[in-house]
Ligand binder design. Sequence first.
Ligand code: SF4
Length: 375
Amino acid sequence: MLKKPTSAYVHIPFCTQICYYCDFSKVFIKNQPVDAYLQALIREFERYDIKQLRTLYIGGGTPTAITAQQLDYLLTNLTKNLDLSVLEEFTIEANPGDLTEDKIEVLKQSAVNRVSLGVQTFNDKQLKQIGRSHNEAQIYDTIASLKEAGFDNISIDLIYALPGQTMSDVKENVAKALALDIPHLSLYSLILEHHTVFMNKMRRGKLNLPQEDLEAEMFDYIITELEKNGFEHYEISNFTKPGFESRHNLMYWDNAEYYGVGAGASGYIAGVRYRNQGPIQHYLKAVSEGNARLSEEVLTKEEMMEEELFLGLRKKSGVSIAKFEERFGISFEERYGQVVAELRQQGLLVPDDEMIRMTKKGLFLGDTVAEKFII
Ligand code: SF4
């Protein structure tokens, strides 16, 4: 029998604001059938008959955009059939300002043990420029309330290389992030996605983004400063104090299988990558008809190998050659020896006989290096 996945991703597609850079699957929450959506989501979740999970992750959208009562319904129903003794990590994404006292109380009473906050920047002016509705003061309030409620596993997301951002802005953000005294940080450079307000501005020449050199300097500063302060750069965009790596995200980079539940969610089960119906009404209809999926793709061995490398290389620890050979029954040297030699020569991969892993320079270039393994 195939082993069942031990992780699940649950998507809440509602937001109380629409940010200018965002291309995630989401809608403005006003007038949306939130209750019906949550019921459908639980129905989809229950069809998998999940009894044990090691990691559970609720992302969005903004999961905390729903009311405290709806949040309670969601958390209670997701965990009611689970053996909580094996659930190691249960994360919920939240936005500063959304977490009212009653919602924090619901979180406290639930099995959630990790909160990931979309801070993005501490600069009020820049928060407005990117379309976020919270402000700096709310970031501190939210973190203080979470800590008071007993949450010690808190992560924040920050974006750098924002329009008009200078090196001193980045330094200020990093200093403020460190002062929060939390164990995990994710830092992403701004990526321009299609169909976003930012992409339109860019096309009209109205988006003043930092040059690539400056962006590289920013990333370099971030890594150095965070490492100096006891954080490990364990994945291209992620930094952790010892023991606080995101187990759920490590599961993705380990190329493991997982359930994906909710509108627009992706999942990977029994060698099949699938994507659910995106628009809420389509999703509701699909669930009521017994199948939430929009598309399915059975991966070939080639694709599985590519994914294993592409995802695994994101981690500082890299990909184990022995495990790879065992899993796919091929000689790594025969297949990738030349690519590896070239990348090592360019200083992008570390010379290591057991693990394929990136150098600092490689991690900075990220996916461009990993793409070399896609033949
Ligand atoms: S960035 Fe987050 S909060 Fe902003 S629109 Fe996208 S999903 Fe919603």
